[in-house]
Design a protein around this ligand. Sequence first.
Ligand code: GAL
Length: 783
Amino acid sequence: MIDRRAFVKAGSTSIAALALSPQLALPEGTRGSEHAVGRLTLPMNRNWRFSPRRADQDTARHFNDTTFERVTVPHTNHKVAWHSFDEKTYQFISIYRRHFTLPRVARGQHVFIDFEGAMAASTVWINGHRLGEYRGGYTPFSFELTPHVDWDHENVLAVELDSTERPDIPPFGGTIDYLTFGGIYREVALRCVPSTHLDNVFARPVNVLSDHPGVDVSCFVAHLATRAMPLTLEVELRDKDRVLASARTELASVTATLEPEEHKLTLSELGPVQRWDLEKPTLYTVVARIRQGTAVIDEDQRRIGFREARFTDHGFELNGRIVKLRGLNRHQTFPWVGQAMPARVQRRDAVILKKELKLNIVRTSHYPQSRHFLDACDELGLLVLEEIPGWQHTGDKQWQDLAVDNVGRMIRRDWNHPSIILWGVRINEANDNHDFYVRTNALAHRLDPSRQTGGVRNHYQSELLEDVFTNNDFGFPLDPPNHPLYLNTEFVGHTFPAKPYDHGSRLAEQSLRHARIHNQLGSMTQYAGGIGWCAFDYNTHAAFGGGDRMCYHGVSDIFRLPKPAASFYRAQCDPTDEIVLEPAFQWAARADWSAGLEGSEEGSSRPMRGLIWSNCERIAIHVDEKSVVDVEPDRENFPHLPHPPFFVDRNRLRGATLRMEGYLGPKVVIERTYNVDGVDREFMVVADDDVLNADGADTTRVVMRVTDEFGSLRRYSTAAISLTLEGPAELVGDNPFSLVGGGGAVWIRAREQAGKVVLRASHPVLGTRSVSLQIRAAERERV
Ligand code: GAL
């Protein structure tokens, strides 16, 4: 995590200074104590002072910043409309300042500031000393503050944040099909550690499929000062509080070095361990500790999972079993606040992908995403292809050096996540560049020999330096695999966008296009599967999308609400997971019906076929309580899908109330009813959570929907919903909010006071609904 270049600059003084006293300075209160843990991690997310305008001397220690806005990170430097805004409005240089006083217990420690992500170039000062510039908006960086901190008085950290699209920083240089927004949009913390401390831990489960699994643990130990006293390094594997195995080694005396030293330990004789699998993603913890005598001077931990993941010439294997990959790409952007969403909202996306869309893989297009999102993928059993920032453009040598550095930062940050099965080490859809990709691959393989590399291209003939040929194939039929290890990483997307309020036939067609690709991917074992474009609609530059700064390529909209294409994905799950029965047509919209493959777009004269996505074996259709027809899945045209589409002839269905019964064997397992009236009857308002933490950042989504009396979405409803919010929280969203495709969402962000929050949402005709949230007191930040 340390920015080595900055370390060389800022850290050299501290090495020189501390080299004079080889004794480790233990924090007060830890000396001789059996259970003391030397490391102090102090979150610094609240009480930032922010100004969108630069002023003379604004990075100086005693600059008067009392007029600055008080903000909490994740923070967006500029709120935008959810679409149709000018992306220049957030591209400026801003200043963030943070005052802090170090706790006495940190005295004598090395103090680092860790940024998890700030868009896009951060120049950091402490007490008026410039520490350096970090270029990159998606990767973590740190600076050592020690030589310049004032242990007795208030310190001031200043960050000059350049949120313009600087062509010297990946992904910039060309025009990219997404927006990067601005701000310190991920968490910040102070880390106080002794001169010898754990810089990182990489724990690799080995022999996972044998009777004797183990864990190879690499501990990266930093030595910022010369030290005479020997120390002990120990690691243990834990199942919650139970220690399953441990190992230790002595750390001999050392002279200070810039690069952390790698110490390898092996954990064996673990006893029975549960594997990490898609259905049951069991996690364990590896704890690493440095002791001086009996005192713990540093401790850190990582979560791991026991799984073996390999792409083979007959598909992707997880724990020795072929898993056909069925996934979507995810952009991490949200309406109004861009990327500045906290842990809870990041985690929610993973829940949507796994539980609502029933995917088994996600690609973090086109950059490393929030650790919270990845943590949730680990917990849920959702596989991940993670890749470096970039889009169709590679810059000069310096730019490429940054991209190579991004590979290192991404892997060092995320190498313990069992969910990650492939590193993407090419710039998405950029041309071949032999020397550059030799470097990215070599670094990935050196750092992490346990994972294969991919790198997403869109040229079938492009040079393969990676282990897996990961290819965007937007055509149909798909090209056959041209390499033994082959994964399709994008399809449909811009070739068939659909707005949530588009004509029904278009929405149905979008779902069928995803289906026919997965059907073809299912036809050959060598296709490892596919990751479609994409999960959620997203904001983009003027050059792309729908002419309103939006790409409507999602199977769900930007509020994460499903379109019919989402029903296709949902319906592919096993009925033991959930029973799905969702028509892609609107019963009330009589012209909404035609759906089929080729030539079925709007205006076609094909027969009016209704499309239904379901994982049932048979659907019995009743109109006005008269049985009309039984339909079976279209196995003839979609033989390779676990659950093919059902088609029903519109001409056979005339009447008012449609009732569908889904069967498994002889049993009705699900039933759905729809009214033909075409009248908005119900207004529903639901929050994803009912408790938030009063940390100034915690946020939840509130979904609004207009439905018929049976709960079915009224897709053309555009009602303006007026909102009132009471209590210690802030509304993230438009007020009034006009429904989009019959639904939409706003978010509620907690302030720092505990209390009760009530959101009242008024529909002009259907009345007012309210949701209540409890805002729970959060621990105060210590600095
Ligand atoms: C791909 C690209 C994606 C997105 C998509 C739209 O070419 O990799 O980022 O732009 O097209 O379909």
